[in-house]
Design a protein around this ligand. Sequence first.
Ligand code: ZN
Length: 286
Amino acid sequence: MEICAREHPPFLTGVKRVTAGVLATAMLVTLTATTGASQAAAQSDPRAARSDALGVALFGASPGTSGVSLPSSGGSAAEAPPRVDCRRVKCVALTFDDGPGRYTDTLLRHLAKYQARATFFVVGSNVVTYPRVLRRTVAAGHEIGNHTWSHPLLTRLPASRVRSQIARTDRAVKAVAGVVPHLVRPPYGAFNRAVRRQISRPLVLWSVDTLDWRYRNSATVARRALRSVRPGSIILFHDIHRTTVGAMPRVLKTLAQRGYHFVTVTELFGGRPPHVAFRAAPPKKS
Ligand SMILES: [Zn+2]
């Protein structure tokens, strides 16, 4: 599983080990071998298949049944009843990290064209730089997740700073857009038991990594997203890159043609994301 979410400093090579340990490597290896869907996926993208297998087995038996209590305060459009039942139709959650930024408005226009809802894991320091962009994002019905204040490696912070990274971003989002994020995505996907203890909300990882911070080419980003997507996938993008936003028309068009519904992460899990989410189960065949 690829851990990083944007350009990584060299010290981050150690993060893979940290997170892999937390996520129980043995389980991950076993599941990869036993999940049919992941075998098919492994032919195109072994890394995506591994995370898919993990998500299916841990959480995927019945989306929405692994309960957590969501905070009742605030609330974005994601609190509304899901528009689609992802147990019955093909859903995908497009997620965009590290914004808001200068290309986010263009992305919002692309999404609107397909009535697509997405989830934005925002960095608090960017929220105060681009407050109007965040308001427009919320007004368009997208879900807002917390991606910390300054994008640190949470596993290296004391508990008090983990909490303040999350709380400060919550306050900024609430002040700017009137909602409180219900989801958290740790920077670089890195967390451990200590981090988990400080964050009671669902931690949302991903099952498809476009590596769009590395491949600054729209065609490549689109291809990487499209080749690995499965019903229930959570796809990781970064809306701070022009090339990523440029990939979205093709991603949206192709997935719409394949019959996918574009939902928020909360919708993907029927309103109740699990404590740690990589992807949801595919719909049951009827
Ligand atoms: Zn990030």
